[in-house]
Design a protein around this ligand. Structure first.
Ligand code: SAM
Length: 282
């Protein structure tokens, strides 16, 4: 078993790199090895998996992952951390070839040198949803994973239609995957201590709800429906449909007087298909 990073080593590494963790980059590092092992366990990784980690930071979770998988791709936006990571791996006696570090913004990455099969990450909190959606959209070889996010975001991602937490991130993520909260994580395992609670979200990919053209149309509908979530669909979506919206919704089999927050991804898809129909008959 690889020895993981502890609190003293994390602080020491940060000091050597002259790194003052910033809120902007969501830099709260896990200082507890047991938490890292638990995250990896919940992700059910196999040796043959190619793991993708977003925001490896100082390498806490990276080392726990490399204890279980042969290869890991890590995307880190902070150049100092990206440069340090292979050195930390080497310092633990691991072959640096087992790690591919990409120094980039994970919201924008569309291609990787290898096809990852599992995502395991302690996500930077202010961009956790766009990062997760970008990864689900662009890396279909990822079949499952576990991400740590702010508890409030976890509740949103795992919410059921009709709940107050249910929103655009829920429906969009559900286009590709089924998500559930796997565990709550104490603030005390981080340095610096964050002022929000964290939770682990497990996701399992299913077939996408529709084609790529249907996804684009459906996501337009979702954005508008939740931008005005207190309004009935027939007024929330008025901007999108040039023709009779009431008729389009009725044709889609969706009640025009209900609100978007009670609809599931399959219902949004029906409206998305109507939008495509309308555009093609113009
Ligand atoms: N995985 C480490 C851990 O558990 O200790 C660090 C997690 S910390 C919550 C988030 C990490 O994401 C930081 O290392 C930060 O520099 C990095 N980060 C922030 N924004 C990013 C982005 N847009 N793309 C890639 N990495 C990002």
């Amino acid at each position: 078993m690889i020895e993981l990073l502890g609190a003293a080593e994390i602080r020491d590494l940060a000091e050597r790199l002259k790194l003052k963790p910033t809120k902007k980059l969501g830099q709260n590092f896990v200082i507890d090895g047991n938490t890292c092992r638990k995250i990896v366990k919940l992700a059910n990784v196999e040796k043959s998996d190619i793991a993708l980690e977003i925001g490896p930071g100082l390498g806490s979770l990276t080392l726990a992952l490399l204890d279980q998988v042969d290869h890991l791709i890590a995307i880190e936006i902070d150049t100092r951390l990206a440069n340090q990571l292979p050195l930390t791996i080497k310092g633990r006696g691991l072959a640096v070839e087992r790690l591919t570090v990409i120094n980039a913004d994970a919201v924008k990455v569309k291609e990787l040198p290898k096809n990852p099969t599992v995502l395991v990450a302690n996500l930077p909190y202010n961009v956790s949803v766009p990062v997760l959606l970008n990864i689900l959209e662009n890396f279909p070889t990822i079949t499952h994973g576990v991400v740590m996010v702010q508890s409030e975001v976890a509740q949103r991602l795992a919410a059921k239609a009709g709940n107050k937490e249910y929103g655009s991130p829920t429906v969009k993520a559900n286009w590709w995957a089924t998500l559930k909260i796997a565990a709550v994580v104490s603030r005390s395992v981080f340095w610096p201590t964050p002022n929000v609670d964290s939770s682990l979200v497990r996701f399992d990919r299913h077939l996408p709800a529709g084609s790529e053209a249907e996804r684009i149309a459906t996501f337009e509908v979702i954005d508008l429906a939740f931008a005005k979530r207190r309004k009935m669909l027939r007024s929330a979506l008025a901007k999108l449909f040039k023709t009779d919206l009431q008729l389009a919704l009725t044709k889609a089999g969706v009640d025009p007087t209900i609100r978007g927050e009670v609809l599931e991804v399959a219902d949004f898809l029906k409206i998305g298909k109507q939008l495509i129909n309308e555009k093609s008959t113009k």
